[in-house]
Design a protein around this ligand. Structure first.
Ligand SMILES: [Zn+2]
Length: 86
């Protein structure tokens, strides 16, 4: 891999890391909703080698939200899939 390819791969990896853009996409598209006057909680499950403790997420964490009898899974594009809790 040449220098240009390495830089392109690093930039792509960097842009795919983190969770804020996925949450923003989920809220912006309306796939993830929080009713006015309520509080919503999501769980962000970082990889073991993520650098979040140093202040920057370097992984693509699993993001879920539990809602009563279901769990919502926020995918890589910010889309939300709802599954029943087992
Ligand atoms: Zn992370």
């Amino acid at each position: 891999m040449n220098r240009h390819a390495r830089r392109a791969a690093a930039a792509k990896q960097k842009s795919q890391a983190g969770y804020r853009s996925r949450l923003a996409a989920a809220f912006t598209s309306g796939a993830l909703r929080i009713e006015p006057g309520t509080v919503g909680h999501v769980t962000v499950l970082h990889d073991d080698d993520c650098q979040i403790d140093a202040g920057r997420c370097t992984c693509r964490p699993d993001i879920i939200r539990r809602t009563g009898s279901t769990v919502e899974i926020i995918d890589e594009e910010g889309a939300v899939e709802e599954r029943p809790l087992s």
